[in-house]
Design a protein around this ligand. Structure first.
Ligand SMILES: [Zn+2]
Length: 476
């Protein structure tokens, strides 16, 4: 069971890509850790297993900063557990996920975190957890102190979903202020709820509240307004803040401007907002694409994607939420009652690599393809940094956990739900031709996936204790 009993490994002949550089190098692994990056052809001690990576990219395994496992919201629970979610993750080249402990009504943040953390054993790869605060009371400061001390310094908040997870401005301010002093950080979903509720009411009166009208029910300006409000709170407090799933260029630009003024502010975008557009709501199965924020018009998607190249997007997550077609269809007539979210932990890396690094189907309006180093920064290094997991995760420098995606940059394949491993019966990318996929995936120095086959089903995933941040919001 111990990593230390595993034979040493060398990954030979590939091109290592880190966030800051890429070059041909052999990766030496022992005891579950990277021990050296060496000149190609460096001799290995007897008994070292060899993985041939000729023609391959050798990447740090992906870190998915936004992944919901078995998430209950309203009447629906997403369909996977840790084993299923992490199995899909490793098939997609992701070797660390960050899940959320969202309290049920009446449950405390600490109780929710401890209950969710207990499920993490059973995963095929490591995971960390965002806690969550919905309402303020006198017990919250002590709960936050113990959560940060317990390795959960990031705390999710929402400005929407009244009666479920929505927090008011006072609660957001107090939580942010308390976390700032503890070395924690608020991670926030921003959509101005009053604007959304009013828009939904008007849409409903007009008979336009079904899934095909999803985009109109949650306007872009609701996101912009909420981001501006939360940024003002963070700047007033000089507190770090991380915005999840930013879906418009305006929202990203607000955060970038605050960062230029010195605030430790992060922008996350998620794969579906960077690739898919609201034209899908006019198609035959609009409910399959219902997520919050919704998919946006193509010029907005392209404007958002441009910020990948400019550097103003910090991380790419999946916002994985594993509902199936029956769940999505059951309330399709009213988006207010639908399960929101798309399955995506397995497709995040292949879709983003294909669109933006391989450049499979880039519209002419987008900038040149992204360098693979920027891909690693967005999908592994920065998510690890933002979550207090770097340099244990998100890098292949010596001392890091030996979580590796040996990536075939030229593999052409077509995404079909039947060939994926997520606990659902559809993918929003059904039929999409893509270029690039992981060929061999290692977790802690063990090969868990090779050529599309699960080679090590042992559930060795650990709950990771994230490190607190310095007062300036940088990883300590
Ligand atoms: Zn989410």
């Amino acid at each position: 069971m111990s990593d230390h009993t595993h034979e040493p490994v060398v990954i030979r002949g590939g091109t290592v890509a880190e966030a800051a550089w890429s070059a041909p190098a052999d990766v030496f692994i022992a005891g579950g850790k990277v021990t050296a990056l060496a000149e190609p052809g460096t001799s290995a001690p007897p008994g070292t297993a060899e993985i041939d990576a000729a023609g391959m990219l050798v990447l740090p395994g992906g870190v998915d900063p936004h992944c919901h496992v078995g998430f209950t919201s309203g009447d629906f629970t997403s369909l996977d557990d840790y084993r299923q979610c992490t199995t899909a993750a490793v098939f997609g080249g992701t070797t660390t996920i960050v899940d959320f402990a969202i309290p049920r009504p009446g449950q405390s943040p600490a109780d929710a975190a401890h209950a969710q953390r207990a499920k993490a054993a059973g995963g095929l790869c490591d995971s960390a957890l965002h806690a969550c605060v919905v309402a303020w009371d006198d017990t919250v400061p002590e709960q936050l102190r113990s959560l940060v001390a317990d390795g959960m310094p990031t705390v999710k908040m929402f400005t929407t979903y009244r009666g479920e997870t929505m927090a008011d401005e006072d609660t957001i301010l107090k939580t942010m202020s308390t976390l700032r002093d503890l070395g924690g950080m608020v991670v926030i979903h921003c959509e101005a709820n009053h604007i959304i509720e009013d828009t939904q009411t008007r849409c409903s009166h007009d008979g336009r509240i079904g899934a095909e009208h999803m985009a109109a029910t949650r306007p872009e300006l609701a996101e912009t307004a909420s981001v501006a409000e939360v940024l003002a709170i963070a700047e007033s407090l000089k507190a770090p803040v991380y915005f999840v799933h930013q879906s418009t260029p305006e929202a990203v630009e607000l955060v970038a401007a605050a960062r230029r003024r010195g605030l430790a502010a992060w922008t996350e975008s998620v794969a579906h907002h960077l690739v898919l557009d609201d034209g899908l709501y006019a198609g035959p199965a609009p409910e399959r694409f219902v997520c919050c924020p919704p998919l946006r018009p193509r010029p907005v998607v392209d404007g958002l994607a441009r910020h990948l190249a400019t550097g103003e997007i910090s991380t790419i997550g999946s916002d994985h939420c594993c509902y199936d077609v029956a769940q999505k269809q059951s309330r399709r007539a009213d988006v207010r009652a639908m399960p929101n979210g798309l399955p995506g932990v397995e497709t995040r890396l292949p879709v983003i690599f294909s669109e933006f690094v391989a450049g499979g189907a880039l519209p002419a309006t987008l900038p040149a393809t992204l360098p693979v180093t920027r891909f690693v920064e967005l999908t592994a290094a920065n998510p690890a940094r933002a979550n207090g997991l770097y340099p244990r995760k998100g890098t292949l420098m010596p001392g890091a956990d030996a979580d590796v995606a040996v990536w075939d940059p030229a593999a052409r394949w077509t995404i079909t739900s039947g060939a994926l491993h997520m606990a659902t019966d559809y993918t929003p990318y059904e039929g999409r031709a893509v270029t690039g996929r992981p060929r061999t995936v290692l977790v802690g120095g063990r090969v868990v996936v090779h050529d599309g086959v699960l080679t090590d089903p042992e559930p060795r995933g650990r709950h990771l204790r994230a490190r607190p941040f310095t007062p300036r919001g940088r990883c300590a």
